[in-house]
Design a protein around this ligand. Structure first.
Ligand code: GLC
Length: 481
């Protein structure tokens, strides 16, 4: 049996702000239990729902030197869907209504503590991982601390690390002096070939330099981040580590996202009966959101964090033009104020056509996947993207920009060969996007049989975890040797 420990800042069902939590919550369940024992470690945030906290059992605690203090480290444990979760507890650090704040020093302190505590806890929990699988900048110091102070200890010797990049935009950077003081790491680590980048200390960079393998969440993003446009300043390093860098596409949980058994939607359907049944979900959603009641309207769904990563500048630019056409647009999500207000404005201006739901609801997201005809995701960059996979699963045709995981998962429609599962455009250009939406709309209104055949193909595509889980297993095997 090989032991794998995921260390991450969020994971479903306990705490989620984005796709990272979905991956941490669903991938371990799909790794072969005959050969691997996969467990997960996350912080015990005070904002985790009480009913979930009630599932946790106290295991042990100790004190650890950190940031010039002796800090309490509690360890709790819970088992969900057959997976053991460990929680690192420290009430003063993991406090607040949200898990991330805008105060960079707080964030760096919190997650440096978490990374060190995660390693320090291992000898006490009776689980020695062969591989520690780290996710994003918040855990970038795990491979660094392992190298610095734990490798000398018999227990830790030979433990391998993987660093998975879910989003290169966030790196955890601050000035060297402060980070040195918080982390307690010696001068040795703060040079340009290690943690230093452009004069600052950079936690993700530490992880990329010291991990035994580096992965990201799609093959295309793995290539893109070696270029200046997508590399966020680390393209040089990623080129240097190209031999240890691979892209493994994310999957989604096919039980949670299943139009046939989905309890959130009015009318379940499948790949055989969607022609008659899917429409009932559209009717229900039009009624629920106060949109014009019309079966034939081309409904476009958007479920997203409202950040510039997701291409909302393009949408803002052509929204008035788009709203002159025969479409309905349903939006769900929260984020940057300018995008929240942009959608509120268009909801007010085109009330029968646009429904802006500026909050987050799991239930409404499922209703939108089921009800919409198309799903719009024109991202500026997209390491993988999960929503387009959910849309495909629900027979809702994605309209995407050809970047990162969107490029790897949505095959563009080819009208001559009758192939493809969606529509895509190449450049980050609002009118290129609009032309693509118009083309999709044309196929929807004028070539209904072709449209439905595209739904057949979309629903037949398989983005469950089983293929990608095998890729991770192969990597773990290769690392452990
Ligand atoms: C981040 C990325 C997204 C990816 C997710 C899970 O949220 O922005 O593209 O799907 O992580 O890997």
């Amino acid at each position: 049996m090989k032991n794998i420990l995921f260390v991450a800042s969020e994971g479903v069902p306990f705490i989620k702000t984005g796709g990272l939590a979905d991956v941490v919550g669903s991938l371990p369940k799909c790794i072969d239990k005959k050969y691997f024992d996969v467990r997960v470690m996350i912080p015990k945030y005070s904002c985790i729902k009480q009913e979930l906290k009630d599932k946790m059992k106290y295991k042990t605690h100790f004190y650890m030197d950190f940031n010039w203090k002796s800090e309490y480290v509690g360890i709790l444990e819970a088992k969900v869907d057959g997976i053991i979760y460990y929680f690192i507890d420290n009430e003063s650090l993991f406090t607040g209504f949200k898990i991330y704040s805008d105060n960079v020093i707080d964030e760096i302190t919190k997650f440096s503590f978490f990374s060190k505590a995660a390693l320090s806890a291992l000898p006490l929990i009776g689980f020695r991982p062969d591989v520690i699988h780290c996710h994003d900048w918040q855990t970038g110091l795990v491979p660094v601390y392992l190298k610095e102070r734990f490798q000398g200890n018999e227990f830790f010797r030979g433990i391998k690390t993987v660093m998975t990049i879910h989003n290169l935009k966030f790196q955890g950077k601050w000035d060297v002096k402060t980070v040195k003081s918080i982390t307690g790491l010696p001068d040795y680590f703060f040079t340009p070939d290690k943690l230093e980048a452009y004069k600052d200390a950079n936690l993700l960079k530490g992880g990329i330099v010291y991990a035994d393998a580096v992965t990201t969440v799609s093959p295309t993003y793995a290539e893109e981040i070696k270029t200046a446009f997508y590399g966020e300043g680390l393209d040089g390093l990623l080129n240097a580590r190209a031999g240890s860098l691979r892209g493994i596409i994310n999957g989604i949980d096919y039980d949670d996202f299943n139009p046939e058994t989905d309890k959130n939607i009015v009318c379940p359907y499948n790949a055989v009966n969607f022609r008659k049944e899917k429409i009932k979900n559209k009717r229900a959603l039009q009624a629920e959101l106060g949109l014009e009641q019309d079966d034939k309207k081309f409904m476009i769904g958007i479920v997203s964090r409202l950040t510039d990563q997701k291409g909302f500048d393009l949408i803002a630019y052509i929204m008035d033009e788009l709203c002159q056409e025969d479409v309905q647009i349903v939006v769900l999500g929260t984020g940057e104020e300018r995008y929240e207000n942009m959608f509120r404005h268009f909801d007010w201006k085109y009330n029968q056509k646009v429904s802006a739901n500026i909050y987050y609801s799991d239930e409404l997201s499922h209703k939108i996947y089921a009800a919409s005809d198309a799903f719009l995701m024109p991202s500026l960059f997209e390491p993988c993207g999960l929503s387009q996979l959910m849309a495909l699963r629900y027979g809702t045709i994605p309209i995407v920009r050809e970047t990162g995981g969107l490029k790897d998962t949505v095959e563009p429609y080819n009208e001559y060969e009758s192939t493809g599962t969606g529509f895509s455009f190449r450049n980050y250009n609002a009118h290129e996007m609009l032309a693509t939406i118009r083309y999709a709309k044309y196929v929807f209104y004028q070539k209904k049989r072709e449209w439905n055949k595209m739904i057949d193909r979309a629903m037949a595509a398989d983005f469950s975890w089983h293929v990608s889980a095998k890729n991770y297993q192969e990597m773990y095997d290769w690392l452990i040797g």
